[in-house]
Design a protein around this ligand. Structure first.
Ligand code: PLP
Length: 403
């Protein structure tokens, strides 16, 4: 008997739903049905986009110039502004020709891997990792090679670990600091050591700097190609306006790389999506040309919530929470709760625990399974202070019943 033709290709059929978006959608659906669900699932700022950015976009809507196609790789002024902003914020000197404006940082990640990888090329991927990385690596024909980290190192991978995972098929290292999902921030000397190792081994680096401005306490953001200038020819930087300016819905990001890679990625984008919506690009131009006072104010609020959530999580029996120094996530271990009786059930995985927490405490959190490390929860603290306290209190009350 002949098999019926496949309706969905192997390549796309293998993609899993984004677990973080799924949790967020489930929480929002329950809220819409009148349930008092508190969501720690969303990976986005809870602030509105600053007014001056919104006003620039509103004015752009009325200008017929922006009603038409524009260059696929981005508005020339925005590419210039991104180059200038990069020199200002991270010290990395690039020309506008090395910038490709994308439909969010997500498209930049996808295009970076699509442009660099051939089938079978391996990508070193420190875990816990953001869910989109392995999917976009696989879509490009690459093979993600996980490099496991845990709370004992504050979720930081070492050169020794990366070296041990390297083979002759290794082409790229994915590096992200501050990290989603852990909030970990690599100290500058470790960023430099990893960058120097990558240069010596001839391994490309895709470095995701989207949380560069959300760093707290003594921690400092450090850009790998700035600390290791020899890396510039084999490095792609991913960034965007989403997290810095509370602009997740506007969909503007970019990638920066060597001119030949950027040209190739621009060709890809010219056939896939063409230019990013012009109104959004004008909004992003206003954001990156402006100062950083809006993000400074948001950072202060996140920092306050960060300290609250870490302190509260550490008070819960069976929960361990290393201090996150960046982004807006805490990544506690719940291994001490698993396998114990809780409201008549015995959750043995963080995925099962998250189900139970949603049903019994009406609190939405993302299980570590989504990030390649079962036994953990990701909790975004980009939500109102009162909700944060109420949500973690409910979690505490529930988990304290584990026997
Ligand atoms: C680590 C990381 N990189 C990139 C992105 C992409 O953001 P966007 O596509 O909204 O610009 C995100 C969003 O969650 C992220 O967490």
């Amino acid at each position: 008997m002949t098999q019926p033709p496949r309706r969905v290709s192997h390549r796309v059929g293998a993609i899993t739903e984004s677990a973080t978006l799924a949790v967020d959608a489930r929480a929002k659906a329950l809220q819409a049905a009148g349930r008092p669900v508190i969501g720690f699932g969303a990976g986005e700022p809870d602030f509105p986009t600053p007014d001056y950015i919104v006003e620039a976009a509103a004015a752009a809507c009325h200008d017929p110039r922006w009603h038409r196609y524009t260059p696929a790789g981005g508005l020339p002024d925005l590419k210039e502004a991104v180059a200038a902003k990069t020199a200002r914020d991270s010290g990395f000197q690039v020309s506008a020709g090395q910038v490709l404006v994308t439909n969010g940082g997500k498209q930049a990640v996808y295009e970076a891997f699509a442009t660099l990888l051939d089938p079978g090329d391996e990508v070193l991927l420190p875990a816990p990792y953001w869910t989109t990385y392995p999917e976009s690596i696989r879509l490009a024909g690459g093979v993600p090679v996980e490099v496991m980290t845990d709370e004992s190192s504050g979720y930081l991978a070492t050169v020794e670990q990366l070296e041990a995972a390297t083979t002759e098929r290794t082409k790229v290292l994915l590096f992200v600091s501050p990290s989603n999902p852990t909030g970990a921030v690599y100290p500058p000397d470790q960023v430099e050591a990893i960058g120097r190792w990558a240069v010596e081994r001839g391994i490309w680096v895709v470095t995701d700097e989207i949380y560069e401005h959300l760093v707290y306490g003594e921690a400092r953001f450090a850009s790998m190609p700035t600390l290791v200038p020899e890396l510039a020819d084999t490095c792609v930087v991913v960034n965007g306006v989403a997290k810095t300016y509370a602009m997740t819905g506007w969909r503007v990001g970019w990638l920066i790389g060597p001119a030949d890679v950027v040209k190739a990625a621009t060709n890809l984008q010219s056939h896939a999506t063409s230019n990013v919506a012009n109104v959004s690009q004008v909004a992003a131009l206003t954001a990156v040309r402006g100062d950083l006072s809006a993000v400074a104010a948001m950072r202060e609020v996140y920092d306050r919530r960060r300290q609250t959530i870490v302190k509260m999580l550490r008070d819960i029996p069976g929960v361990e929470c290393p201090e996150p120094f960046g982004a807006f996530y805490a990544y506690p271990s719940v291994k001490g709760v698993l396998g114990r009786q809780l409201r008549g059930r015995t959750p043995t995985s963080s995925a099962e625990l998250c189900e139970l927490v949603l049903e019994e405490a009406e609190v939405a959190v993302v299980p570590g399974e989504a990030f390649g490390t079962p036994g953990y929860l990701r909790m975004s603290y980009a939500l109102g202070d009162d909700d944060l306290v109420e949500g973690v209190t409910r979690l505490h009350e529930l988990l304290a019943e584990a026997r």
